[in-house]
Design a protein around this ligand. Structure first.
Ligand SMILES: [Zn+2]
Length: 369
């Protein structure tokens, strides 16, 4: 059953339609079948959102400064970027796998990029759904070892969807099994490259980033992007995160990476500029936490709509009733959950990030927003 639409994902019928199917007259069954047809094709207009974008945006492996065994795979939202590192001895290592919606595309692209090399290891920087949603399929397809941050290992073992944030955000992730864990200070060797794990609290208290000292390369996950960083999730629930994020930025400045491979957006070399942008943004969040919560609520909503593509507004609200993080955002904003949600949806519509037709919401083409 799709929680957002209230329809069976296989036959597109409601629970009532399924339950009463056996006792319906031919005419009633025909009416249901016609309704299913209409559901299968939501009303289209020239502004209809395209299917989720699964392009690999960039494989700039030919950059002269980069080790030739490293491929940076820049993805469009919903999936995070990945870093693929080849090693003649062991095979390849992949950092992060992307969102579940793109899992097959990720697997197929990876297969092409590997060109027969064995993928022997998948490592997650952290376990937000856009970083680990293709884990299960990649594990099945490549029979690789999976390593997750030590702080999340038990939650994965028990598949505690609340602790893993999927329940709190209303996002999806297929269950996977972790083979081992990585903690700060651990070293990951990929051929000549040796990556040290660092704790990266702020965006996610359990996150890691990875620094390769000999070439000064940093896999920065959502701690630093070219233009900002991820939502500071602990602050939404009234816990400290801004201070930790400030310390993260100081650590990255201390490491002085020559190249940064972030969780979202392009790889970049101008670390000073990225740090300046990030510090300015962090100061603004610190100054106005309610604004940060409103931004977070909109990010979470847009993410859901990128996944769903379209949804009945009422069904979406029902789906979000169990997403505790949205309630936490509303609390930070000093608003009732429903009011905050309506306000955020209206704002996304006004910004052109969502579109409303009757009772339905559509994810608009995010490349034009
Ligand atoms: Zn994240």
């Amino acid at each position: 059953m799709d929680p957002a639409s209230g329809l069976c994902e296989g036959c597109l019928r409601t629970i009532d339609e399924i339950a009463s199917w056996g006792s319906l007259s031919d005419a009633s069954r025909l009416a249901v079948l016609e309704a299913i047809n209409a559901r299968r094709k939501p009303p289209t207009t020239s502004k209809q959102a395209p299917a989720a974008d699964v392009r690999l945006l960039c494989d700039a492996s030919s950059h002269p400064d980069w080790p030739n065994q490293l491929r940076f795979i820049q993805r469009d939202w919903l999936s995070c970027n990945s870093v693929l590192i080849f090693d003649d001895q062991q095979g390849a290592t992949l950092f992060d796998s992307g969102y579940i919606k793109h899992a097959q595309n990720t697997r197929d692209q990876l297969r092409q990029m590997l060109e027969g090399t064995r993928l022997h290891r998948l490592i997650n920087t952290h376990l937000h759904s856009d970083h680990c949603g293709a884990n299960a399929l990649i594990q099945q397809s490549f029979d690789c070892e999976l390593l997750v941050p030590a702080a999340s290992f038990d939650a994965v073992r028990l598949w505690d969807e609340q602790a893993l944030s999927f329940q709190a955000t209303g996002q999806r992730c297929q269950r996977f099994l972790a083979d081992a864990s990585i903690k700060p200070g651990d070293l990951i060797t990929c051929g000549e490259l040796c990556w040290e794990a660092y704790a990266a609290p702020g965006h996610d208290p359990k996150s890691l980033i990875f620094f390769e000292a000999s070439k000064a390369l940093l896999i920065s996950a959502d701690a630093l992007w070219a233009e900002g960083f991820g939502v500071i999730f602990p602050e939404l629930e009234g816990e400290s995160g801004f201070e930790e994020q400030a310390a993260m930025l100081d650590l990255i400045e201390f490491l002085q990476p020559r190249w940064i491979f972030p969780g979202h957006g392009p790889a970049f070399a101008d670390v000073d500029q990225a740090l300046a942008i990030a510090r300015k943004r962090l100061a603004a969040m610190h100054h106005a936490p309610a604004k940060h919560a409103r931004h977070a609520l909109k990010v979470l909503l847009k993410f859901l709509m990128l996944d769903l593509e379209w949804a009945d507004r009422a069904a979406l609200e029902k789906h979000l009733a169990g997403a505790t993080l949205l309630g936490a955002c509303a609390k930070q904003m000093g608003m009732a959950a429903n009011d905050a949600l309506h306000g955020a949806i209206d704002e996304l519509i006004a910004q052109g990030a969502l579109r409303c037709e009757g009772t339905r919401l559509f994810n608009d083409d995010h490349r034009r927003t």
